[in-house]
Design a protein around this ligand. Structure first.
Ligand SMILES: Cc1ncc(COP(=O)(O)O)c(C=O)c1O
Length: 383
Protein backbone atom coordinates (compact mmCIF):
# COMPACT_ATOMS: atom_id res chain seq x y z
CA UNK A 1 0.00 0.00 0.00
CA UNK A 2 1.37 3.42 -0.89
CA UNK A 3 0.34 6.29 1.31
CA UNK A 4 0.06 9.83 0.18
CA UNK A 5 3.08 12.16 0.13
CA UNK A 6 2.39 15.87 0.00
CA UNK A 7 3.02 17.61 -3.32
CA UNK A 8 4.40 20.66 -1.55
CA UNK A 9 7.23 18.75 0.10
CA UNK A 10 8.53 17.72 -3.31
CA UNK A 11 11.29 20.31 -3.46
CA UNK A 12 14.78 19.97 -4.92
CA UNK A 13 17.76 19.02 -2.74
CA UNK A 14 20.11 21.76 -1.64
CA UNK A 15 23.12 20.81 -3.78
CA UNK A 16 25.72 22.65 -1.65
CA UNK A 17 24.64 20.55 1.34
CA UNK A 18 24.59 17.31 -0.69
CA UNK A 19 28.16 18.01 -1.77
CA UNK A 20 29.21 18.98 1.77
CA UNK A 21 27.87 15.67 3.09
CA UNK A 22 29.48 13.64 0.29
CA UNK A 23 32.87 15.41 0.65
CA UNK A 24 32.79 14.96 4.44
CA UNK A 25 32.20 11.24 3.93
CA UNK A 26 35.02 10.95 1.40
CA UNK A 27 37.39 12.93 3.64
CA UNK A 28 36.49 10.64 6.55
CA UNK A 29 37.53 7.73 4.27
CA UNK A 30 40.94 9.33 3.83
CA UNK A 31 40.53 11.45 0.67
CA UNK A 32 42.01 14.92 0.55
CA UNK A 33 39.35 17.29 -0.80
CA UNK A 34 39.31 21.04 -0.16
CA UNK A 35 35.93 22.52 0.77
CA UNK A 36 34.98 25.52 -1.35
CA UNK A 37 31.33 24.51 -1.46
CA UNK A 38 30.09 25.29 2.03
CA UNK A 39 29.01 28.77 3.08
CA UNK A 40 30.33 28.44 6.59
CA UNK A 41 33.20 30.24 8.30
CA UNK A 42 36.24 28.06 9.06
CA UNK A 43 36.44 29.80 12.43
CA UNK A 44 34.39 28.61 15.38
CA UNK A 45 33.08 30.72 18.22
CA UNK A 46 35.85 32.81 19.82
CA UNK A 47 37.35 31.10 22.91
CA UNK A 48 36.05 33.68 25.46
CA UNK A 49 32.54 33.03 24.19
CA UNK A 50 32.95 29.27 24.53
CA UNK A 51 34.30 29.77 28.03
CA UNK A 52 31.16 31.76 28.90
CA UNK A 53 28.98 28.92 27.52
CA UNK A 54 30.84 26.38 29.67
CA UNK A 55 30.22 28.53 32.73
CA UNK A 56 26.55 28.96 31.85
CA UNK A 57 25.96 25.22 31.52
CA UNK A 58 27.70 24.57 34.83
CA UNK A 59 25.79 27.32 36.65
CA UNK A 60 22.46 26.44 35.06
CA UNK A 61 22.61 22.82 33.86
CA UNK A 62 18.85 22.72 33.29
CA UNK A 63 18.91 25.12 30.33
CA UNK A 64 15.12 25.15 30.01
CA UNK A 65 12.97 26.91 27.44
CA UNK A 66 13.21 30.67 27.03
CA UNK A 67 10.43 32.98 25.83
CA UNK A 68 9.29 31.90 22.36
CA UNK A 69 10.57 35.18 20.87
CA UNK A 70 13.91 34.65 22.63
CA UNK A 71 15.59 36.02 25.76
CA UNK A 72 14.83 39.72 26.16
CA UNK A 73 18.44 40.26 27.20
CA UNK A 74 19.63 39.12 23.77
CA UNK A 75 16.86 40.97 21.90
CA UNK A 76 17.86 44.12 23.74
CA UNK A 77 21.50 43.54 22.83
CA UNK A 78 20.56 43.21 19.17
CA UNK A 79 18.60 46.48 19.37
CA UNK A 80 21.72 48.14 20.79
CA UNK A 81 23.76 46.70 17.93
CA UNK A 82 21.47 48.47 15.42
CA UNK A 83 21.90 51.69 17.39
CA UNK A 84 25.71 51.30 17.38
CA UNK A 85 26.14 50.27 13.76
CA UNK A 86 23.31 52.07 11.96
CA UNK A 87 22.17 54.66 14.48
CA UNK A 88 18.58 53.46 14.41
CA UNK A 89 16.23 52.85 17.32
CA UNK A 90 14.42 49.54 17.43
CA UNK A 91 12.04 48.32 20.11
CA UNK A 92 13.45 44.97 21.23
CA UNK A 93 9.85 43.68 21.35
CA UNK A 94 9.84 43.63 17.54
CA UNK A 95 12.88 41.37 17.40
CA UNK A 96 12.36 37.61 17.36
CA UNK A 97 15.21 35.17 17.91
CA UNK A 98 14.89 32.21 15.59
CA UNK A 99 16.45 28.86 14.75
CA UNK A 100 18.89 30.32 12.23
CA UNK A 101 17.76 32.72 9.55
CA UNK A 102 16.12 29.61 8.13
CA UNK A 103 13.65 29.56 11.05
CA UNK A 104 12.98 33.25 10.49
CA UNK A 105 12.00 32.58 6.87
CA UNK A 106 9.33 30.08 7.88
CA UNK A 107 7.90 32.36 10.57
CA UNK A 108 7.88 35.52 8.49
CA UNK A 109 6.64 33.94 5.25
CA UNK A 110 3.80 32.32 7.19
CA UNK A 111 2.94 35.56 8.96
CA UNK A 112 2.97 37.76 5.86
CA UNK A 113 1.65 35.59 3.02
CA UNK A 114 -1.14 33.18 2.22
CA UNK A 115 -1.04 30.15 -0.05
CA UNK A 116 -1.31 31.39 -3.63
CA UNK A 117 0.38 34.75 -2.94
CA UNK A 118 3.28 35.72 -5.16
CA UNK A 119 6.77 36.55 -3.92
CA UNK A 120 9.47 37.77 -6.30
CA UNK A 121 13.17 37.09 -5.91
CA UNK A 122 16.34 37.48 -7.92
CA UNK A 123 18.03 34.61 -9.73
CA UNK A 124 20.72 33.62 -9.17
CA UNK A 125 19.71 33.53 -5.52
CA UNK A 126 19.80 31.50 -2.33
CA UNK A 127 17.84 28.31 -3.18
CA UNK A 128 16.06 27.91 0.17
CA UNK A 129 13.93 31.02 -0.49
CA UNK A 130 12.20 29.37 -3.40
CA UNK A 131 12.08 25.94 -1.73
CA UNK A 132 10.55 27.21 1.52
CA UNK A 133 8.07 29.40 -0.36
CA UNK A 134 7.00 26.55 -2.60
CA UNK A 135 6.56 24.20 0.36
CA UNK A 136 4.20 26.82 1.81
CA UNK A 137 2.32 26.95 -1.50
CA UNK A 138 3.49 30.51 -2.11
CA UNK A 139 4.31 31.17 -5.74
CA UNK A 140 7.82 32.40 -6.55
CA UNK A 141 8.31 34.89 -9.34
CA UNK A 142 11.90 34.68 -10.50
CA UNK A 143 13.57 37.87 -11.72
CA UNK A 144 16.51 36.97 -13.94
CA UNK A 145 19.40 39.29 -13.17
CA UNK A 146 22.87 39.80 -14.62
CA UNK A 147 25.81 42.13 -14.13
CA UNK A 148 23.97 45.13 -15.62
CA UNK A 149 21.96 45.40 -12.37
CA UNK A 150 24.75 43.98 -10.21
CA UNK A 151 22.72 40.72 -10.04
CA UNK A 152 20.12 42.55 -7.95
CA UNK A 153 16.38 43.12 -8.60
CA UNK A 154 16.62 46.81 -9.50
CA UNK A 155 13.42 48.81 -10.03
CA UNK A 156 14.07 48.71 -13.78
CA UNK A 157 13.44 44.94 -13.53
CA UNK A 158 10.55 45.20 -11.06
CA UNK A 159 8.76 47.50 -13.51
CA UNK A 160 8.94 44.76 -16.16
CA UNK A 161 7.10 42.18 -14.03
CA UNK A 162 3.94 41.09 -15.80
CA UNK A 163 2.13 40.06 -12.64
CA UNK A 164 1.16 41.73 -9.36
CA UNK A 165 3.41 40.55 -6.52
CA UNK A 166 2.75 40.46 -2.77
CA UNK A 167 6.33 40.22 -1.59
CA UNK A 168 9.90 40.79 -2.72
CA UNK A 169 13.00 39.14 -1.23
CA UNK A 170 16.23 41.07 -1.49
CA UNK A 171 19.67 40.03 -0.24
CA UNK A 172 22.53 42.50 -0.09
CA UNK A 173 25.27 41.30 -0.18
CA UNK A 174 23.83 38.39 -2.09
CA UNK A 175 24.51 34.69 -1.98
CA UNK A 176 25.86 33.51 -4.52
CA UNK A 177 27.20 36.65 -6.23
CA UNK A 178 28.39 38.73 -3.25
CA UNK A 179 26.97 41.86 -4.90
CA UNK A 180 25.39 44.78 -3.05
CA UNK A 181 22.36 46.98 -3.79
CA UNK A 182 23.64 50.57 -3.88
CA UNK A 183 21.96 52.92 -1.44
CA UNK A 184 20.12 55.04 -3.99
CA UNK A 185 18.74 51.90 -5.64
CA UNK A 186 17.64 50.51 -2.26
CA UNK A 187 15.59 53.69 -1.69
CA UNK A 188 14.02 53.30 -5.14
CA UNK A 189 13.12 49.67 -4.41
CA UNK A 190 11.47 50.72 -1.14
CA UNK A 191 9.45 53.45 -2.91
CA UNK A 192 8.36 51.09 -5.69
CA UNK A 193 7.29 48.47 -3.14
CA UNK A 194 5.39 51.08 -1.08
CA UNK A 195 3.55 52.27 -4.16
CA UNK A 196 2.69 48.73 -5.21
CA UNK A 197 1.84 47.43 -1.71
CA UNK A 198 4.63 44.88 -1.77
CA UNK A 199 6.09 43.54 1.49
CA UNK A 200 9.91 43.47 1.39
CA UNK A 201 11.90 40.73 3.07
CA UNK A 202 15.46 41.96 3.39
CA UNK A 203 18.05 39.23 3.97
CA UNK A 204 20.88 41.12 5.69
CA UNK A 205 22.97 38.11 6.75
CA UNK A 206 26.16 39.25 5.07
CA UNK A 207 26.02 42.98 5.79
CA UNK A 208 28.92 42.85 8.23
CA UNK A 209 30.95 40.77 5.79
CA UNK A 210 31.56 43.49 3.21
CA UNK A 211 34.78 44.70 1.70
CA UNK A 212 34.22 48.10 0.12
CA UNK A 213 31.23 49.93 1.55
CA UNK A 214 28.95 48.63 4.26
CA UNK A 215 25.45 48.18 2.83
CA UNK A 216 22.62 50.03 4.54
CA UNK A 217 19.94 48.19 6.47
CA UNK A 218 16.56 48.61 4.83
CA UNK A 219 15.23 49.90 8.16
CA UNK A 220 16.85 53.25 7.34
CA UNK A 221 14.19 53.72 4.66
CA UNK A 222 11.08 51.88 5.85
CA UNK A 223 9.47 50.42 8.94
CA UNK A 224 7.34 48.00 6.90
CA UNK A 225 10.02 45.57 5.76
CA UNK A 226 10.90 42.27 7.40
CA UNK A 227 14.61 42.11 8.20
CA UNK A 228 16.34 38.74 8.46
CA UNK A 229 19.72 38.21 10.06
CA UNK A 230 21.77 35.40 11.58
CA UNK A 231 24.58 34.42 13.89
CA UNK A 232 25.81 31.92 11.26
CA UNK A 233 27.98 34.11 9.06
CA UNK A 234 29.70 37.25 10.43
CA UNK A 235 29.22 36.00 13.99
CA UNK A 236 30.64 32.54 13.12
CA UNK A 237 28.19 30.64 15.36
CA UNK A 238 26.99 28.55 12.42
CA UNK A 239 26.18 25.24 14.11
CA UNK A 240 24.63 26.90 17.16
CA UNK A 241 21.64 27.58 14.87
CA UNK A 242 20.51 31.03 15.82
CA UNK A 243 19.19 33.93 13.78
CA UNK A 244 16.81 36.81 14.23
CA UNK A 245 14.20 38.88 12.48
CA UNK A 246 13.27 42.50 13.04
CA UNK A 247 9.55 42.74 12.41
CA UNK A 248 7.17 45.50 11.39
CA UNK A 249 4.70 46.15 14.28
CA UNK A 250 1.78 44.45 12.52
CA UNK A 251 3.61 41.13 12.16
CA UNK A 252 5.03 40.88 15.69
CA UNK A 253 1.98 39.28 17.41
CA UNK A 254 1.60 36.81 14.52
CA UNK A 255 5.24 35.76 14.66
CA UNK A 256 5.01 35.42 18.43
CA UNK A 257 2.06 33.00 18.18
CA UNK A 258 3.68 31.06 15.35
CA UNK A 259 7.00 30.79 17.26
CA UNK A 260 5.22 29.41 20.31
CA UNK A 261 3.56 26.65 18.35
CA UNK A 262 6.25 25.88 15.78
CA UNK A 263 9.42 26.04 17.88
CA UNK A 264 8.43 26.70 21.55
CA UNK A 265 11.71 28.54 21.96
CA UNK A 266 15.06 28.97 20.21
CA UNK A 267 18.00 26.98 21.69
CA UNK A 268 18.81 28.39 25.12
CA UNK A 269 22.57 27.82 25.35
CA UNK A 270 23.05 29.33 21.90
CA UNK A 271 21.28 32.48 23.04
CA UNK A 272 23.75 32.89 25.89
CA UNK A 273 26.63 32.55 23.43
CA UNK A 274 25.05 34.99 21.03
CA UNK A 275 24.61 37.53 23.80
CA UNK A 276 28.27 37.30 24.69
CA UNK A 277 29.62 37.42 21.16
CA UNK A 278 28.79 41.11 20.79
CA UNK A 279 31.72 41.76 23.18
CA UNK A 280 34.13 40.21 20.70
CA UNK A 281 33.46 41.92 17.41
CA UNK A 282 37.19 42.72 17.14
CA UNK A 283 37.80 38.97 16.67
CA UNK A 284 34.93 38.73 14.18
CA UNK A 285 36.34 41.68 12.22
CA UNK A 286 39.68 39.90 12.02
CA UNK A 287 37.84 36.96 10.41
CA UNK A 288 36.47 39.36 7.78
CA UNK A 289 40.05 40.46 6.99
CA UNK A 290 40.90 36.81 6.35
CA UNK A 291 37.95 36.49 3.93
CA UNK A 292 39.11 39.63 2.11
CA UNK A 293 42.62 38.23 1.77
CA UNK A 294 41.14 34.97 0.45
CA UNK A 295 39.12 36.94 -2.10
CA UNK A 296 42.23 38.78 -3.28
CA UNK A 297 44.10 35.49 -3.72
CA UNK A 298 41.24 33.94 -5.71
CA UNK A 299 40.92 37.00 -7.95
CA UNK A 300 44.61 36.81 -8.77
CA UNK A 301 45.01 33.03 -9.08
CA UNK A 302 41.71 31.60 -10.37
CA UNK A 303 41.94 33.16 -13.86
CA UNK A 304 45.13 31.13 -14.41
CA UNK A 305 42.92 28.02 -14.27
CA UNK A 306 40.56 29.33 -16.94
CA UNK A 307 37.93 30.25 -14.34
CA UNK A 308 38.22 33.87 -15.30
CA UNK A 309 34.76 35.45 -15.44
CA UNK A 310 34.22 36.25 -11.78
CA UNK A 311 31.38 38.12 -10.09
CA UNK A 312 32.07 41.57 -8.69
CA UNK A 313 32.08 40.28 -5.10
CA UNK A 314 31.62 43.21 -2.68
CA UNK A 315 30.56 41.21 0.36
CA UNK A 316 29.67 37.72 1.66
CA UNK A 317 32.26 35.02 1.01
CA UNK A 318 31.32 33.85 -2.45
CA UNK A 319 32.54 34.25 -5.99
CA UNK A 320 30.02 33.34 -8.68
CA UNK A 321 31.95 32.36 -11.79
CA UNK A 322 30.74 32.10 -15.37
CA UNK A 323 32.45 28.94 -16.66
CA UNK A 324 30.73 28.83 -20.05
CA UNK A 325 34.22 28.79 -21.63
CA UNK A 326 34.85 25.44 -19.86
CA UNK A 327 31.50 23.60 -19.78
CA UNK A 328 27.77 23.80 -20.22
CA UNK A 329 27.21 21.22 -17.49
CA UNK A 330 28.33 22.68 -14.16
CA UNK A 331 27.11 19.67 -12.18
CA UNK A 332 29.32 17.29 -14.15
CA UNK A 333 32.16 19.88 -14.01
CA UNK A 334 31.91 20.06 -10.20
CA UNK A 335 31.97 16.25 -9.95
CA UNK A 336 35.11 16.09 -12.07
CA UNK A 337 36.65 18.92 -10.04
CA UNK A 338 36.27 16.81 -6.91
CA UNK A 339 37.46 13.56 -8.49
CA UNK A 340 40.35 14.93 -10.54
CA UNK A 341 41.49 18.06 -8.67
CA UNK A 342 40.39 17.37 -5.09
CA UNK A 343 38.47 20.64 -4.84
CA UNK A 344 34.73 20.93 -4.11
CA UNK A 345 32.52 23.84 -5.09
CA UNK A 346 28.79 24.24 -5.83
CA UNK A 347 27.21 24.06 -9.30
CA UNK A 348 25.29 27.18 -10.29
CA UNK A 349 22.16 25.08 -10.86
CA UNK A 350 21.58 25.37 -7.10
CA UNK A 351 21.05 29.12 -7.50
CA UNK A 352 19.68 29.51 -11.01
CA UNK A 353 17.65 26.66 -12.48
CA UNK A 354 17.70 27.99 -16.06
CA UNK A 355 21.23 29.33 -16.44
CA UNK A 356 23.17 27.63 -13.66
CA UNK A 357 24.74 24.91 -15.80
CA UNK A 358 27.23 27.53 -16.95
CA UNK A 359 28.21 28.83 -13.51
CA UNK A 360 29.72 27.71 -10.22
CA UNK A 361 29.83 29.21 -6.72
CA UNK A 362 33.13 29.26 -4.89
CA UNK A 363 33.05 29.86 -1.15
CA UNK A 364 36.12 31.48 0.36
CA UNK A 365 35.14 31.24 4.02
CA UNK A 366 37.85 28.63 4.49
CA UNK A 367 41.41 28.90 5.78
CA UNK A 368 43.81 30.89 3.59
CA UNK A 369 46.14 27.90 3.28
CA UNK A 370 43.28 25.88 1.80
CA UNK A 371 42.39 28.67 -0.62
CA UNK A 372 45.98 28.83 -1.86
CA UNK A 373 46.19 25.04 -2.17
CA UNK A 374 42.86 24.92 -4.03
CA UNK A 375 44.10 27.50 -6.54
CA UNK A 376 47.27 25.49 -7.16
CA UNK A 377 45.23 22.34 -7.72
CA UNK A 378 42.78 24.04 -10.09
CA UNK A 379 45.56 25.64 -12.15
CA UNK A 380 47.30 22.27 -12.47
CA UNK A 381 44.00 20.55 -13.30
CA UNK A 382 43.09 22.87 -16.18
CA UNK A 383 46.60 23.21 -17.68
C1 LIG B 1 21.52 34.37 1.97
C2 LIG B 1 21.32 33.39 3.06
N1 LIG B 1 20.22 33.49 3.83
C3 LIG B 1 19.99 32.58 4.81
C4 LIG B 1 20.85 31.54 5.07
C5 LIG B 1 20.53 30.56 6.18
O1 LIG B 1 21.28 30.90 7.30
P1 LIG B 1 21.11 30.22 8.74
O2 LIG B 1 22.33 29.39 8.96
O3 LIG B 1 21.08 31.37 9.68
O4 LIG B 1 19.86 29.45 8.77
C6 LIG B 1 22.00 31.40 4.30
C7 LIG B 1 22.93 30.27 4.53
O5 LIG B 1 23.83 30.01 3.78
C8 LIG B 1 22.25 32.36 3.27
O6 LIG B 1 23.33 32.29 2.50
Amino acid sequence: MTLKLSRRSNIPNFKALDILRMVNERCADGEDIIHLEAGQPCFGAPEPVLEYARKMTINDPKQGYTEAMGMSLLRDRIALYYKDIYDIDIDYKNIAITVGASGAFILTFLSAFDAGDKVALATPGYPAYRNILSSLNIKTIEIETNETTNYQPYVSLLKKLDTKIDGLIIASPSNPTGTIIPDDELKKIVNWCDKNKVRIISDELYQMVSYETKPQTIMKYTDKAIVINSFSKYFALTGWRLGWTVLPEDLTPRVKSLSESLFVSPPTISQHLAYKIFDHTDILDSYVSVYKNNLDILRKELPKSGINKLSNTQGAFYIYADISNLTDNSEEFCKRMIDEAGVACTPGSDFDINRGQKTIRISFAGATEDIKKACERLIKWQN
